[in-house]
Design a protein around this ligand. Structure first.
Ligand code: BGP
Length: 470
């Protein structure tokens, strides 16, 4: 559908950008913070830094928020570190951490920036992991208690809550992200998934009870799946992967039910989770106010008969490079798309399709909570980063966002990854996404000074005028 005129971004659109605590904060062992499972991971990919120092946002949040205010942010999406608030996950509350996040939220409010708070972004407290992690109902209960503490403390000041970041990527690519060991079985993963959904559902219902003015939603990574051709078997494969990658997660979060195709695939493999009495009622009781989703690119798949191989690129598999699975779908490259320096396909039009598909299924307002380009940025002598490639990427995705808005999709805001450079999940600081450059290398913290990239000024102009700069 081609249009001569696109609808404008709505008034009050939430122009934002995102970070997560363990990737940005640093100060990993300060002010009582307990370790997270990822801190204890010993096998970071060679040549990539760990997360311990981040980009020191914990100490420099005022400077960073001032830069966000200078860009004109209407909102900022960040996560609150569970193991700061409750160092061992389910025990004593750490007042220093409670105070810290009050300061962060107050600082944002001072600049008229709406906080969008993620409650759990990959950072399971190590003490809970040692007791069996998400396999245990106790971890789910501990998460609900943590949420209650957050709602009591910050519920009057925070209107937008996100429960769990990319639950689907944790389940599908946990070892690459570092959240689960490589030998975790599928049956275990499906149990973790189920336990997380029960926790999430309780949390959503609790917020509505405690703070009716506030809104809450899940934040999965949704990527529409294309068939490699019009061959009917390829179309079935695409439908399979849409079910196991996307709809399983949103059907549970929004409708409180298992996607029947995804469930049948688990049944076929004998990996269905155990469902305790009352769980399905709990899942049904949760009513998200919106769907937040992270979008980087689409996936393309072909028919995958047994014995035919599962993927063209499985050795590189991560959040955005599909793995494939014999009998279900075969992951293939899409010859119509370009790629980032890190091998992620780039598909702005696929974002429009993803908006449409989510909207058609659920009819809830949408917020994009991640989208962005990881690149090897270079700081030049003029103290800038000339990241025209990032501006192009963001512009194209925002053009498609405007197309989707014109198609009738209700979009509340756009919060790309990332507000400031931070440590990638498995590819170090070299893979930069921010509007703000941070002077540090993989193993040398250097000055940690902040620099405005060209994209900083581009985003500033966009927010000021509420339209894409010419
Ligand atoms: C998402 C995560 C983020 C983030 C981003 C970019 O999967 O929610 O935490 O890091 O992807 O991925 P990466 O850091 O692997 O480049």
């Amino acid at each position: 559908m081609y249009r001569k005129e696109l609808k404008a971004f709505p008034e009050g659109f939430l122009w934002s950008a995102s970070t997560s605590a363990y990737q940005v904060e640093g100060a990993w062992n300060e002010d009582g913070r307990g370790p997270i499972a990822i801190d204890l991971k010993e096998d970071m990919p060679e040549g990539t830094s760990d997360f311990k120092d981040g980009v020191d946002h914990y100490h420099r949040f005022k400077e960073d928020i001032a830069l966000m205010a200078e860009m004109g942010f209407r909102a900022y999406r960040f996560s609150i570190a569970w193991s700061r608030i409750i160092p061992d996950g389910d025990g004593d509350i750490n007042q220093a951490a409670i105070d810290h996040y009050h300061e962060v939220i107050d600082e944002l409010r001072k600049h008229n920036i709406e906080p969008i708070v993620t409650m759990f972004h990959f950072d399971t407290p190590a003490a809970l992991e040692a007791k069996g992690g998400w396999a245990q109902r106790e971890t789910a209960d501990a998460f609900v208690r943590f949420s209650e503490i957050l709602f009591k403390e910050y519920g009057e000041k925070v209107n937008y809550w996100l429960t769990i970041n990319e639950q689907n990527m944790m389940i599908l690519h946990g070892p690459t992200i570092g959240v689960f060991p490589a030998d975790t079985t599928e049956q275990q993963l499906n149990q973790y998934n189920h336990n997380m959904f029960v926790a999430q559902a309780k949390t959503m219902a609790m917020l509505h009870e405690m703070h009716p003015q506030a809104k809450i939603g899940p934040a999965p990574n949704i990527a529409y799946v294309y068939p490699a051709s019009s061959k009917p078997e390829d179309v079935i494969a695409a439908d399979n992967y849409n079910a196991v990658r996307n709809w399983l997660y949103l059907d549970l979060a929004v409708r409180g039910e298992y996607n029947s195709l995804a469930w049948s695939i688990m049944e076929e493999k004998g990996t269905t989770p155990e469902i305790a009495d009352g769980d399905m009622e709990i899942l049904k009781s949760a009513k998200p106010d919106f769907i937040a989703f992270n979008y980087y690119n689409t996936a393309t798949v072909a028919d995958a008969p047994f014995g035919g191989g599962a993927s063209e690129r499985s050795e590189a598999a991560d959040q955005q490079i599909s793995e494939g699975e014999e009998g279900i779908y075969k992951a293939v490259s899409n010859p119509n798309l370009g790629m980032t320096e890190f091998g992620w396909e780039i598909d702005p039009v696929g974002m429009r399709m993803t908006y449409r598909a989510i909207w058609d299924r659920y009819h809830l307002p949408l917020i994009v909570t991640e989208n962005g380009l990881g690149a090897f940025d270079k700081l030049t002598d003029d103290g800038r980063v000339h990241d025209d490639y990032r501006i192009d990427y963001l512009r194209q995705h925002l053009e498609q966002t405007q197309e989707a808005i014109s198609d009738g999709v209700d979009v509340l805001g756009y919060s790309p990854w990332s507000a400031i450079d931070l440590i990638s999940t498995h590819q170090g600081i070299a893979k930069r996404y921010g509007f703000i450059y941070v002077d540090r290398d993989e193993f040398d913290l250097k000055t940690l000074d902040r620099y405005r990239k060209d994209s900083f000024f581009w985003y500033q102009e966009l927010i000021k005028t509420n339209k894409l700069p010419a």
